[in-house]
Design a protein around this ligand. Structure first.
Ligand code: AMP
Length: 195
């Protein structure tokens, strides 16, 4: 199964992707995680991305398209994958179409978690509290200023990606304000899996 998860920061993409990974035994390809790993390793790609990410802006399309191009060709992705945080621009969506067509692959569904923007800041603050409680480290871009910029980037650059897939009949919208279990059930329904 090949899925794309769309939704603004704090919509719950990561949580739902984790559940889909467990259920379908396919990897989650999160460009945000890949970029954070590159930053942590001190890789050249990380150096290029770090400041942009901390500000809450999007890194150049070519960077993330290359990351996804490398990953979807790996054997671990042969049975499918969940794209989390990619594509985030129309250029990335078009590039993904090309990458998939080259490999004779297609997407089974694009799931958009639709959320009320006013709730997102509270959700991210809650995520931070939970992370700190568990002894983890809060993301550098999970602060109110970066979050505002990330939401602006989402509205301007990623919201059109929903329309792109809707026009192709691939978009399934799910109420991301429901409980985690209800969202999981709605996603299962959208991809044709019975609970
Ligand atoms: P995320 O973990 O998905 O919220 O991503 C964290 C940050 O990584 C974003 O705010 C961007 O700076 C960068 N990023 C992740 N995925 C992409 C993408 N597909 N296109 C551009 N920038 C991205």
């Amino acid at each position: 199964m090949r899925l794309v998860l769309l939704g603004p920061p704090g919509a719950g993409k990561g949580t739902q992707a984790g559940r889909l990974v467990a259920k379908h035994a396919i990897p989650q390809l999160s460009t945000g995680d890949m970029l954070r790993a590159a930053v942590a390793e001190g890789a050249p790609l990380g150096a290029q991305a770090k400041e942009i990410m901390n500000r809450g802006e999007l890194v150049p399309d070519e960077l993330v398209i290359d990351l996804i191009d490398q990953r979807i060709g790996e054997p671990e992705c042969a049975r499918g994958f969940i794209l989390d945080g990619f594509p985030r621009t129309i250029a990335q969506a078009r590039a993904l179409d090309v990458l998939l067509a080259e490999r004779r692959m297609n997407l089974d569904a694009v799931i958009e978690l639709v959320v009320d923007e006013d709730a997102l800041l509270a959700r991210v603050e809650n995520r931070n509290r939970e992370t700190l409680k568990a002894g983890g480290v809060v993301r550098a871009d999970d602060n109110p200023d970066s979050l505002k910029i990330r939401l602006k980037a989402y509205r301007a650059q990623t919201a059109p990606v929903s329309a792109y897939y809707a026009e192709r009949g691939a978009l399934k919208q799910v109420d991301g304000m429901a409980s985690i279990d209800e969202v999981t059930a709605a996603i299962d329904g959208a991809v044709g899996v019975r609970a």
